[in-house]
Design a protein around this ligand. Sequence first.
Ligand SMILES: NC(=O)c1ccc[n+]([C@@H]2O[C@H](COP(=O)([O-])OP(=O)(O)OC[C@H]3O[C@@H](n4cnc5c(N)ncnc54)[C@H](OP(=O)(O)O)[C@@H]3O)[C@@H](O)[C@H]2O)c1
Length: 284
Amino acid sequence: MSIVVTGATGHLGRHVVEQLLEKVPADQITAVVRDRDKAAGFAARGVRVAVADYNAPETLDGLFSAGDKVLLISGNEFDKGRVGQHTAVLNAAKAAGVALFAYTSAPGTLKAALADDHRGTEEAIMASGVPYVLLRNGWYHENYTEQLAPVLEHGAVVHAAGEGRLSSASRADYAAAAVAVLTGEGHENKIYELGGDEAWGFAEYAAELSRQTGREITYNPVSVEAYTGILTGAGLPGPLAAILAGVDASIEKGELVVDSGDLSRLAGRPTTPLAEAIRSALKG
Ligand SMILES: NC(=O)c1ccc[n+]([C@@H]2O[C@H](COP(=O)([O-])OP(=O)(O)OC[C@H]3O[C@@H](n4cnc5c(N)ncnc54)[C@H](OP(=O)(O)O)[C@@H]3O)[C@@H](O)[C@H]2O)c1
């Protein structure tokens, strides 16, 4: 019996494995990865490493054992049919008789196109009969704090979210919730709506950046069309730019405000304030 984490060499997956290592012996953790070399650090610390690809169901055979607790971290290949990819992992887990199947989803309030794959995956999970947990992760602070270079260069935060607000949290916070579920009891068939304790808007974000950098940084709200053009102009593929601009439209409508308190409750501590995430990012 193992705690099995897919996407273990991704940003969120690395946080999950690191935090699991603080709670359970390394040989009870299996990191599922596409590239064994990227998991060499985990292997050196005694974590079991398995190689599999959501696109190749044969690589999923034998990945899971009866009684395992599994965290499926949603994939990032938007053009490859993520519902099919995730269902392949689910089918392998079901065939093995896993004890728990946790999935990193999106807030129930999110109507943007980005959420479609998550809703499709959730339906497959709930129809499967496998004991599940839906970790409906809100937005990451890092979606913004890892993109500071153009903001600092132009002295402007540009988004198509009007005066909308969102309650983001750090990846480490969402990882803490996942670890609580994977190492705790009584989470079967629960849906957690996860988001940061404090909601904020882009004008506040710009003001906090100004405060911390000592430079004037303003928020320039633009239309969804203009923002899509800015993103494609910066080199993003059209479909991805449309998805991200769609998220901004959802933020304007308040669809990424999560006020359930589930995240800090599961993590057992307050979520990371945005100002702290900015501080870490500016330190580099
Ligand atoms: N809540 C948010 O704000 C937010 C923002 C962006 C994304 N997300 C979602 O949350 C997920 C985790 O976030 P993240 O920051 O950790 O993203 P990430 O760093 O891009 O990690 C994605 C992980 O999925 C793995 N993966 C992708 N396709 C796969 C496949 N076909 N087979 C096996 N593994 C595959 C990747 O493997 P490799 O390590 O081999 O590349 C990687 O480990 C993302 O994939 C996306 O679905 C959420």
